[in-house]
Design a protein around this ligand. Structure first.
Ligand SMILES: [Zn+2]
Length: 302
């Protein structure tokens, strides 16, 4: 049996998987966002309950939001108690077992490249389009992290000049400390910001997509720019990683127009005559975090 944990800004999900990675059981607890000791205790208690249910000590993997470095985690502002904490080491000490750890986007692509939408792809790139933008590269079914575990952090690629000029975009400050990261324009909040930038009015993403489908001119102008911007930024991935498949997860990945429109929106130059990667929705969707984490834990003990 294998435990996968997925830590989000409001809930911590735990799922127990069998040897074939079929989910046996799962439950959620509220994330203690301001109390680090309680955060560690909550996860340790969840694992203890899963052990009891499984009647064995099982492997553990965890999916954390943010960048996991040697010195700790640089988290999103929605779980402030995790910032700069060595959360994986502290959880291992509290539970008494090794834990495989990755961030949500890396675990998405790991899950999808092993039995998911990108199964069998030699080079799969996973993207989470949600409250932020995460990214990760899987080569032959293994996550490629790079020297500083930064490889694939695509959301913090800087906005291409062609887009900045085409849409007269100001450089927006990002939570990572830089300004002009593409997350600020093409995440869920980024799309809502684009609407305000173009129209001077506010609208949430569901309202915008409804209007777009109903033929509203402003909503279509904004969504056209969003597709163009996302495709242009994705096309930079071809230069870095030349993936066979791009898999999308996160809230915006449920917008079907992304899959019908992105392939035609990739710029032709300098890709003329090249095979454009397929863009696919994640097979395991919202379960990718726990499933990818469980694979990490499974491999730790292999
Ligand atoms: Zn950034």
């Amino acid at each position: 049996m294998h435990i996968g944990l997925d830590v989000g800004g409001t809930k911590i999900e735990l799922a127990v998987f069998d040897q074939d990675l079929v989910e046996v059981s799962a439950w959620r607890e509220a994330t203690p966002i301001d109390d680090y000791a309680l955060f560690v205790k909550t996860i340790a208690d969840m694992v203890a309950a899963a052990d009891k249910q499984s009647q064995a000590e099982v492997s553990i993997g965890i999916s954390l939001p943010g960048m996991i470095g040697q010195a700790g985690i640089k988290s999103f502002p929605n779980i402030p108690c995790l910032d700069n904490k060595t959360v994986v080491a502290d959880l291992e000490a509290a539970i008494g077992r090794r834990i495989g750890a990755g961030n949500d986007a890396r675990n998405l692509v790991l899950s999808e490249a092993n039995g998911g939408a990108a199964d069998g792809a030699k080079r799969a790139f996973g993207i989470i389009l949600g409250t932020g933008i995460g990214g990760g590269l899987c080569i032959n079914g293994e996550v490629y992290l790079g020297a500083n575990k930064l490889a694939g952090e695509w959301g913090h690629m800087l906005l291409p000049a062609v887009l900045q000029q085409r849409y007269d975009l100001p450089l927006r400050q990002c939570g990572c400390g830089a300004s002009g990261c593409i997350e600020q324009y093409f995440s869920g909040p980024g799309l809502a910001w684009l609407y305000e930038h173009f129209t001077g009015r506010q609208k949430d993403v569901p309202g915008l997509t409804d209007d777009m489908r109903n033929g509203d001119k402003d909503a279509n102008t904004v969504f056209d720019a969003y597709i163009d911007g996302l495709a242009t930024c994705m096309s930079q991935l071809f230069i870095y990683y030349d993936p066979d498949v791009i898999v999308l997860g996160g809230g915006l990945s449920k917008i079907p127009e992304l899959y019908s429109r992105l392939p035609d929106a990739f710029p032709e130059v300098p890709y003329a005559g090249k095979k454009i990667p397929k863009v696919l929705p994640a097979k395991f969707g919202d379960s990718s975090g726990v499933r990818g984490a469980a694979i990490l834990g499974q491999r730790l003990n292999a």
